[in-house]
Design a protein around this ligand. Sequence first.
Ligand code: HEC
Ligand code: HEC
Ligand code: HEC
Ligand code: HEC
Ligand code: HEC
Ligand code: HEC
Ligand code: HEC
Ligand code: HEC
Ligand code: HEC
Length: 378
Amino acid sequence: MRKEEGGGLPRGRHLREASGIIAVAMAVVALFAALAPAYASAPEDGQGQAAADEPPGVQECLACHSNPMAQTLPSGEQFSLQINRDAFGESVHGEQLVCSDCHTGITSASDHPQRAITSARKYTLSQYELCKRCHFSNYARTLDSVHYNVLVRGDTAAPVCVDCHGSHYIQRPDQPRAAISRTCSQCHNAIFETYAGSVHGRALIDGNNQDVPVCTTCHGSHNVRDPLTSDFRLEMPQLCGDCHANRQLMGKYGISSNVLKTYLQDFHGASISLRQENEGQIAPEAVCSDCHGVHDITRPTDANSPVLKANLSVTCQKCHEGATPQFSNAWLGHYEPTLHKATLVYFVKWFYRIFIPFVLVGMTLHIILDVFRVITNR
Ligand code: HEC
Ligand code: HEC
Ligand code: HEC
Ligand code: HEC
Ligand code: HEC
Ligand code: HEC
Ligand code: HEC
Ligand code: HEC
Ligand code: HEC
């Protein structure tokens, strides 16, 4: 059953009047179609009927644009001008916007601009800035991204709003969360495949896990930076540490939350933490990804894990030429020395813990006594 429009004309009459207008409009289109073969004629309603609560600003446009209509562009592409009524209605904008909220220059059938569309891609690039009127902060962020730099260089493969979100059938981009990584996979498929097999990706895709990182956790979505810079490298321990030093989060998975602390106490981490950002030089010391990988991170117990004991010396060899299993075995990893593991280091640590205060207190006493003696002897 259709709803009657509250208070206004009975729905049937309204439609009949509208269809009169549409018939005239269609005749105009048919005329155009006869004159220029590029114009497609608009046959009977393509899909879906206008819902009773569809605002006039949508109904008017869809009277033509819900029909199969297309142009053949100079590039040879078929350019569809059809909009799916139901999918538009169910999009994030469906209940809030009318067509001309985005297409600000087009408010009726008669004021379509004369546009020479040469290719679908050029058209998209000329139109995507329609989004910035309402989403200015997202737009502003994209201006700082690698993607925008690529676009400015003239590479039209770089993504703009509608490549990631679509234009008419936009859904919430983070629902379900796995949708985010799929968005990036359209163009970075090889990395997506690798990620999908990693400990993080598997948990996301198989288990709908909300705790693991997706592409945008590490890269951002609108302000994607170049990840191969020295600054990105220096920030990495903190990036992984945001989750991996969180005791509550890691407790859920039985994973140690000490890894950042132990890394920073170790020579690699200690040296990295002294380096300044904006140095420009790629820091040579190992960061998390040099040992664990990035998109292919596995559990340390996996047979092909680069940090499994059997594979570890090869991992060290990336930087320590000729590193032997003895070299990697002698290293503590993320373990803190205990009475049972690395006993010697443990005792040395305790020795220093007692010895250093002992020496300091002794020295201070010695000086005080010395000063006291000088004063009393005067
Ligand atoms: C009478 C039928 C008809 C109606 C009603 C109509 N259009 Fe169109 N529209 C066309 C035809 C034919 C084309 C292709 C030729 C052209 O570009 O003018 C087109 C092209 C377009 C394009 C793509 C080309 C461009 O210039 O960007 C957009 C966007 C568009 N229409 C939006 C709208 C909006 C918004 C409305 C409602 C306010 C609307 N149309 C109402 C027939 C119609
Ligand atoms: C959220 C903003 C937005 C809304 C709302 C919107 N459009 Fe568009 N539309 C765009 C953008 C952006 C493009 C060009 C990019 C693209 O699709 O490649 C476009 C392109 C078009 C085209 C050219 C063909 C195509 O799909 O690229 C037509 C026709 C069109 N719109 C009609 C409509 C009609 C009719 C409505 C209302 C039912 C509407 N639009 C609502 C943003 C919007
Ligand atoms: C006329 C204003 C307007 C324009 C133009 C516009 N939007 Fe929106 N957008 C909105 C409103 C209003 C919402 C609904 C907010 C809500 O319900 O949370 C929204 C929601 C969204 C959402 C979902 C937000 C969320 O929190 O999940 C996305 C994504 C989005 N818009 C992308 C776009 C893109 C891409 C374009 C250009 C093609 C565009 N918008 C053009 C007004 C606009
Ligand atoms: C490279 C892909 C990509 C591009 C390009 C992109 N977005 Fe997004 N956008 C995303 C993803 C992924 C999300 C989901 C939230 C997240 O992970 O940050 C998102 C979230 C959003 C949201 C809802 C959440 C928020 O941050 O407010 C809006 C609105 C939005 N984008 C609008 C835009 C507009 C407007 C543009 C163009 C100026 C744009 N996006 C360009 C991928 C993209
Ligand atoms: C429409 C295609 C497209 C989509 C979608 C896309 N990208 Fe890209 N991206 C590119 C292109 C083209 C480059 C330029 C460098 C290249 O050729 O790989 C690039 C570059 C990058 C770079 C820098 C690579 C480097 O070597 O400096 C990162 C990081 C990146 N994208 C992340 C993302 C993330 C995260 C998403 C999802 C939110 C995403 N991209 C979605 C096309 C895309
Ligand atoms: C846990 C954090 C993290 C996640 C999740 C992540 N990346 Fe990366 N990504 C990085 C780091 C770190 C680098 C720099 C790699 C290096 O130093 O060699 C990088 C490099 C890149 C590059 C450029 C270098 C290259 O290998 O071509 C692209 C493109 C990229 N990532 C895309 C993605 C996409 C797409 C996803 C989701 C499927 C994703 N990343 C998920 C951290 C991450
Ligand atoms: C958004 C939070 C988050 C970020 C950021 C993150 N991880 Fe994880 N990581 C997790 C979660 C949650 C798990 C557990 C997944 C599971 O077991 O299903 C995990 C698992 C792991 C494991 C497997 C541990 C084991 O014993 O099973 C390793 C290794 C790992 N991450 C390394 C890294 C590295 C290196 C980085 C930075 C490049 C990083 N992670 C960034 C949340 C994160
Ligand atoms: C020099 C190599 C190296 C570096 C650098 C490194 N790790 Fe590890 N990581 C290992 C090895 C070896 C293991 C397995 C044995 C162990 O736990 O010490 C491991 C284990 C882990 C585990 C699993 C712990 C558990 O309880 O299952 C996580 C998580 C982890 N590392 C995260 C990180 C993070 C985050 C960083 C950067 C802050 C980092 N690692 C830096 C070599 C490294
Ligand atoms: C990405 C390169 C890289 C990787 C991979 C790497 N290291 Fe290092 N490592 C360095 C650099 C650079 C230094 C010098 C740091 C300093 O002391 O300032 C260093 C220093 C050390 C030292 C201090 C003594 C010395 O030789 O200078 C030890 C021990 C060490 N690494 C062990 C390991 C072990 C064990 C592995 C493998 C699990 C490993 N490293 C993997 C780059 C790396």
